[in-house]
Design a protein around this ligand. Structure first.
Ligand SMILES: CC(C)(COP(=O)(O)OP(=O)(O)OC[C@H]1O[C@@H](n2cnc3c(N)ncnc32)[C@H](O)[C@@H]1OP(=O)(O)O)[C@@H](O)C(=O)NCCC(=O)NCCS
Length: 167
């Protein structure tokens, strides 16, 4: 559980902490200037952080491309993992994508990254194909995953919550 996590927009002041998580999470990390440009110049980009007080516990980003939402990255600080932080970030991205008129969402994930794939499957993403040798550091394949009906997923989730709440 992560009761004290709050999701807010990523701003330049978050970038030092974001970069520490980025370097701990990816073999080919994005640079700080890339993130800076994403959050200050790219009108199609939406980046969020999961805050535990003043600490950035995790972050995620996406691009809006017509009526599709493309996840660019999601990462959680090693000390915060398996506490539902990524789940909160994902749910927030699904809801905000739908509000922007995107009912479909896609991402690429390393074939070996089974933990992340499990997370995405929880949100109704399913594998739709492979990009062979997509990751140039080790020539690993990317699994392309799609979530094709965000509204249906969120509706179903709300109905399940109502049932659990006895309504
Ligand atoms: C993948 C990542 C974002 C998950 O973040 P997290 O906050 O630990 O994930 P959550 O706690 O919200 O996990 C939700 C569910 O996803 C699945 N999951 C997440 N990480 C997992 C792992 N390492 N192994 C197996 N299942 C995992 C589980 O089903 C989990 O539910 P549970 O803990 O109740 O079993 C995090 O491990 C990370 O930053 N990894 C490095 C960067 C990365 O791989 N990003 C994805 C690139 S596509």
């Amino acid at each position: 559980m992560s009761p004290d996590i709050k999701i807010t927009a990523m701003i330049p002041e978050h970038l030092a902490q974001v970069m520490a998580i980025e370097k701990a999470s990816f073999t080919v990390p994005w640079s700080e200037i890339t993130y800076y440009r994403e959050i200050t110049e790219n009108p199609y980009a939406v980046y969020i952080v999961a805050m535990a007080g003043e600490e950035v516990a995790g972050y995620a980003g996406r691009w809006l491309i017509l009526d599709e939402s493309h996840i660019t990255n999601i990462a959680v600080a090693p000390g915060w993992r398996r506490n539902g932080v990524a789940r909160k970030l994902m749910e927030h991205m699904l809801r905000s994508s739908l509000r922007q008129g995107a009912n479909r969402m896609t991402l690429e994930v390393r074939r070996s990254n089974l933990g992340a794939q499990k997370l995405y499957e929880e949100f109704d993403f399913s594998a739709a194909g492979l990009r062979r040798g997509y990751y140039t550091d080790n020539n690993e394949d990317a699994v392309i995953m799609w979530q094709n009906d965000i509204a249906a997923y969120l509706d179903r989730k709300e109905r399940t919550n109502d049932t659990h709440n006895g309504n």
